[in-house]
Design a protein. Structure first.
Length: 241
């Protein structure tokens, strides 16, 4: 694992955005794996700025998002589809028919998960951006005795719902179910970019990066991947020796 610790959010965002843009520029048909949450916001803003100022084009890019809530329509401002549109897709030239998220409104969730997996199989992810949950989740792969490899529907942990409640009007509105790429699908990406910020994640960063590889900390499975770049701010990295 290549671990980099940054003194400022701006430096971290610029480094991550450069890495994403270089993947976009160096491949004829790049496939990006994208994430939501507060962690990637500065990175997306930097990418939008690079698109505007340096004319970086995303017309040839395909993207797959990690996860989506079940039961929220794409025009619901709490859905991840809405998040991606408002923070990234609407501001760059990526064609809308090349951006994919699991469909949280699908009647048959199992069929939706297999559909998503078949698409990922045909278009493997070149660079997968990841955030980290306080309990070590990646995407919505929660700590469990066994983890699911492929895309699947998952019941969210109370802790995860509480952490994400800040984006909703009330706790009752936070969905109980989500669709997420599985840890197996995430690990198939050629290169993984894990980004973590904040003192409240320092302990889980240490466990995930240096602790035992265990399904109790889903992010610890990243230790088995040959090409992971970890970007931390000072606070998130403060427990690493
Ligand atoms: N499903 C998302 C994850 O993909 C995200 O990485 C994580 C951390 O979120 P944040 O970046 O807001 O701390 O929690 C959410 O539950």
């Amino acid at each position: 694992m290549d671990i980099k610790i940054f003194d400022s959010a701006q430096e971290l965002d610029a480094f991550a955005a450069d890495l994403i843009v270089s993947t976009v520029q160096n491949k004829p048909a790049p496939v990006l794996g994208l994430a939501t949450g507060s962690t990637p916001l500065g990175i997306y803003a930097k990418i939008v700025e690079m698109h505007r100022r340096q004319n970086i084009s995303f017309q040839h890019v395909t993207s797959y998002n990690l996860d989506e809530y079940v039961g929220l329509t794409p025009d619901n401002d709490q859905s991840y589809a809405y998040y991606m549109k408002s923070h990234l897709f609407a501001h760059i030239d990526i064609p809308s028919n090349q951006t994919f998220l699991p469909n949280g409104m699908a009647e048959d969730l199992e069929a939706e998960c297999s559909r998503y997996d078949s698409m990922l199989q045909e278009q493997p992810v070149d660079l997968q951006l990841l955030g980290l949950g306080h309990n070590g989740h990646i995407g919505f792969n929660e700590p469990a005795e066994a983890l699911t490899g492929g895309t699947h529907a998952v019941k969210l942990e109370q802790e995860t719902r509480e952490a994400n409640a800040r984006f909703f009007a009330s706790m009752d509105e936070v969905p109980e179910l989500a669709i997420t790429m599985g840890v197996g699908s995430i690990l198939k990406a050629n290169h993984i970019l894990l980004v973590v910020r904040g003192a409240d994640k320092a302990d889980i960063v240490k466990q995930a990066l240096t602790g035992p590889i265990t399904t109790d900390v889903p992010a610890s499975l990243l230790q088995t991947h040959p090409r992971v770049t970890v970007l931390l701010d000072r606070e998130a990295g403060r427990k690493l020796a």
